[in-house]
Write a protein that binds this ligand. Structure first.
Ligand SMILES: Nc1ncnc2c1ncn2[C@@H]1O[C@H](COP(=O)(O)OP(=O)(O)OP(=O)(O)O)[C@@H](O)[C@H]1O
Ligand SMILES: O=P(O)(O)OC[C@H]1O[C@H](OP(=O)(O)OP(=O)(O)O)[C@H](O)[C@@H]1O
Ligand SMILES: O=C(O)c1cccnc1
Length: 495
């Protein structure tokens, strides 16, 4: 996929916050730009009060990094920027530096379609400070949104219990990229198709759709409209039955279904887009069954989300296919994922890596210092815990303890020898060179399904899910606690 080329016709280097450029300039001025650092991208709380999050957006990150360069027009723009006193904002030497800047970082990241948890790095960037810093805003922009929507889609699909969910969001999405990225992430999260034709073309997602009320209203009668549609698409008829009177609409659909059948064709089904969806779907089911159309599908739409779908299932609604737009692609009840990007280590001139800590009033916000990896342990195919550990730490196969980074009283004993393990961070770039082959989007979607299947259903519950254990390996926990104590002593003037 070439998002940069296809959508933005060139460089995205200026898709960043201004302060990243001012910091880059100041790093350059103070000769710190090439000092190596490690940053982690992670979130602190699952969206939608859920028990899991589904990662998506890496392909966009890869595309961004591969095209990471300041183009001629970007540099012209920057060289013309003025400081408040009217002098150039950036010295010419810095503009020259940017013109030669090449992406040379190492990036390790979770693959798209991986189930992820708070505090564990989803992306780890190691490289010169300036580059790491410049990547903060775009990486967050690209990863936050798609991860949010993939998670929303996964929740909606879980509520639909394996029945197809068609994504209908384009018309209510947040602009062009909001729509395209959402359609992509929704497919990764389990949707069957999108109504967004451009997303179909760009990403290779299946495209599908029914028809609108306007089609019906443009004819003298609903029956004529159904007949005309059946003439045009004898193999693809899903009749929208609620323009005037839903029960009468179902009767008309049955009439045209019979005409189609006399020609050797079968209608696919009907769509209900208003009213009590439990009541009307059950009525429609009875009528279709009685008329000899037990195979006809009932599609429901109208401001659906995981909660309404869950409720309709509880009411034994006879819906077979779910059309979901607005609340999916806008992540209506939580429109942003709060992932952050934090410095966790810098390399001193001596060549030694020094872990970095930021003390916060809220213990929840104290970062995890050092260079980490994340292991997921499985027992009989089920994920049992994730462990964040220092990259060069040997793990004792006979047993270690993981400690919740937000509450040191929550601990879990891990016996690695008894578990299968998966390293979650995969090498994506080495010294700026891409070493990862992005899977096809349908394989990403399948990975998401398999990942979700490996978690106990209690973690996937829509309301009040059970907490999945994620913890720091004990040595990392102790190192962090020591750094916190030292920093507090410094703060109090004790050191
Ligand atoms: N049986 C049901 N249980 C729970 N929610 C339902 C049920 N039937 C429909 N809903 C949901 O209730 C909401 C109904 O909203 P609204 O009153 O706007 O729909 P409507 O009566 O069809 O009107 P409109 O034609 O303006 O869409 C929608 O979100 C719909 O998905
Ligand atoms: O409800 P959503 O989940 O966003 O799904 C997409 C909606 O878009 C269409 O409606 P339209 O734009 O014609 O408006 P309507 O809701 O008034 O029918 C369609 O009939 C769905 O109701
Ligand atoms: O194809 C459909 O039925 C459709 C597409 C977009 C929005 N609402 C419905």
């Amino acid at each position: 996929m070439k998002i940069t080329k296809d959508l933005y016709h060139g460089s995205l280097a200026l898709l960043t916050d201004f302060y990243q450029l001012t910091m880059a300039y100041a790093y350059w001025k103070s000769d710190k730009g090439e000092q190596e650092a490690v940053f982690n991208l992670f979130f602190r709380k699952h969206p939608f009060q859920g028990g899991f999050t589904l990662a998506a957006g890496l392909d966009y990150v890869i595309d961004y990094c591969r095209n990471f360069r300041f183009g001629k027009e970007d540099l012209e723009y920057l060289s013309k920027m003025k400081a408040p006193d009217g002098s150039p904002q950036f010295e010419k030497g810095f503009i020259d530096y940017l013109s030669k800047l090449k992406f040379t970082c190492d990036i390790d990241a979770v693959e798209e379609g991986t189930v992820v948890f708070p505090n564990a790095p989803m992306i780890r960037v190691r490289g010169p400070l300036i580059q790491c810093q410049l990547l903060e805003t775009p990486l967050l922009n690209l990863f936050n949104f798609q991860t949010l929507i993939a998670t929303k889609a996964a929740r909606i699909n879980l509520a639909a219990k394996g029945e197809p969910v068609l994504e209908f969001g384009l018309r209510r999405a947040q602009g062009i990229d909001g729509a395209l990225a959402a359609s992509r992430a929704a497919y990764i999260g389990g949707c069957t198709s999108t109504s967004n034709v451009m997303a179909g073309k760009l990403f290779g997602i299946p495209v599908s759709g029914t028809h609108a009320h306007s089609w019906i209203m443009s004819f003298e009668s609903e029956l004529e409209a159904f007949e005309a549609y059946a003439d045009a698409f004898p193999d693809q008829c899903v009749f929208l039955v609620d323009t005037y009177d839903t029960i009468n609409g179902v009767k008309n659909a049955i009439k045209v279904g019979e005409i189609l059948r006399s020609k050797g064709k079968e209608m696919i089904g009907i769509r209900i887009d208003s009213g009590d969806l439990a009541y009307y779907s059950n009525k429609a089911r009875e009528m279709l069954d009685e008329a000899g159309f037990p195979e006809a599908k009932i599609v429901a739409s109208n401001d659906l989300d995981e909660n309404i779908i869950h409720s309709l299932k509880g009411q034994e609604a006879s819906v077979n296919v779910w059309g979901v737009g607005t609340k999916l692609v806008t992540a209506y009840d939580q429109p942003a994922l709060g992932a952050v990007y934090k410095l966790s280590a810098v390399k001193e001139e001596s060549g030694e890596w020094v872990p970095k800590i930021k003390i916060s009033q809220q213990s929840l916000k104290i970062n995890i210092p050092g260079i980490h990896n994340v292991k997921r342990y499985y027992s009989n195919g089920k994920a049992v815990a994730d462990m964040i550990y220092l990259e060069d730490q040997e793990i004792n196969p006979r047993g270690t303890v993981i400690i919740d980074p937000t509450d040191a009283t929550r601990r879990k004993r891990i016996m690695p020898a008894f578990y299968k393990e998966e390293e979650l961070l995969k090498p994506i770039f080495k010294n700026g060179k891409l070493v990862y082959k992005s899977p096809k989007i349908k394989d990403i979607r399948e990975r998401a399904q398999n990942q979700l299947a490996s978690f106990d259903k209690t973690h996937k519950r829509i309301v009040n899910p059970h907490l999945y254990p994620v913890g720091l390996e004990e040595n990392l926990h102790h190192m962090r606690m020591n750094l916190v104590l030292k920093a507090k002593q410094m703060e109090n003037g004790e050191a």
